[in-house]
Design a protein around this ligand. Sequence first.
Ligand SMILES: *Cc1c(COP(=O)(O)O)cnc(C)c1O
Length: 515
Amino acid sequence: MSADAPGRGDGVNTERPEPLRDLDWPPERARAFTGKVADLYGDLLERLPEMPVGRDWRRAEVREALARPVPEDPMPEDELIEYLRELAFRWSGYLGHPRFYAYISGAGTVPGAAADLLAAGINMNVGGWHLSPSASEVERHLTEWFASVFGLPEGAGGLLTSGGAMATFVGLKVARDRRAGWDVRTRGVAAGPPLAVYLSTETHVVSDRAIDMLGLGLDALRRIPVDDGYRMRVDLLREAIRRDVADGRRPVAVVATAGTVATGAIDPLPEIADVCAEEGVWLHVDGAYGGPAVLADDLRPLFAGIERADSIAFDPHKWLYTPLSGGCLLVRDLAHLRESFDAEASYVHQDRERTDRGQDLGRLGPQFSRSFWALKVWVSLLAHGRRAYAARISHDAALARYLGARVEEREDFELATPVNLSICCFRYVPPDLGGGPEREPYLSMLNERLMTELQLDGRVYCSNAVLGDRFVLRVCIVNFRTEAEDLDALLDVAAEIGARLDAELRPASLGEGVA
Ligand SMILES: *Cc1c(COP(=O)(O)O)cnc(C)c1O
């Protein structure tokens, strides 16, 4: 070191620092604190069914309650626990409430929540195998098991992702790299003919975004119309691919959905797989919602053909009920992931003498550092067993069919589309409503208002779908706390609020109304 190097004789303090342990709580204190947090969780589970499922939150009041200045000194522990209690009980969304059946929201397994605490406590980095031997091998084992459940061949595997959006991105990245026909990783998308990706008008918007993020541009998107069951029209898919080929475009992937977000429709997988095989196009199946239903014997046949996919995205945090967040991407050949994502970094030394170590998962996907997402999924499977999952997934679908039947029985509701998987779409229709051109627009407006009022009411919580021009209410059951009585309550509350809104809003041209 030269004489003028920093730290030498220029007034910089080089004394031996005393230990500074403020950030490291002794094990006894750690145990006590996490115990108190676990008690909060227990209290929440106890009170959840009696709590309102939704409230009319105002940003100002939430901020006022929670947005404190960062303290200079430690907040007293009791005060901190009280703060967390208030956050948990007063100012949160309760997706695990028995009467929450909106969007596609898993309830959050109890063993999964506990596993997340342990995963954070061990604090492994799944990016490197030597930093996470247990996590890496559990994730490998879990993803191989999932691949086998979907019927993918030996050599298939994948990785956990933050959710379905990232799983779709990873799947389409591999599709682009393998099917473009040139080395896109090196030369970029502009080095060849324009690429095209095919999906249906019902495909989740995360595929659009993936195509944008992959540099293909939204113009690469081919939105294939659906049949009256909201399934992709395979004849139109084939036509679109042939037209693009004739025009000098290169079709790289079809995104087929197994369980669409609006109605739970499953695209015709065997026919789409045939088209993909004939045309040399990658088949990505978006099973973010529906995928886990392959575990249920009665639903499995609906997914025939999924085993022919080149990649499958699905979300443990939806129909495997594990706590947010965690998605999964599977590929038919695990080597393809590495070919699409691998990057050498000199600061992560690879000891090539050690052949008894495993794959660094950080080289298989877009993330470098990553936590042990697989643990909450794996521990949930261990704690509950496969059979309980299969039974509950079937039960969710049975509940959706039950709701559909109750809707059809009633005079004041109308089923909007047949029940698929665990989704039921329906709308409130005042029994004495008149006909004419104003009827449909009025019903959409009424149901839109109804959905908003239901979400604010606090007794039940559903969301909506837009089917053609119709705005409809939508229930999706991926919640192991929901039972038939919770669905009965939904119809009762919706009828009550619907009648009140109808009395306020109905135009004279559609009749008198009941109120
Ligand atoms: C939920 C969903 C997605 C998006 O997944 P996230 O986990 O929310 O990122 C994509 N596709 C379908 C069909 C979905 O249901």
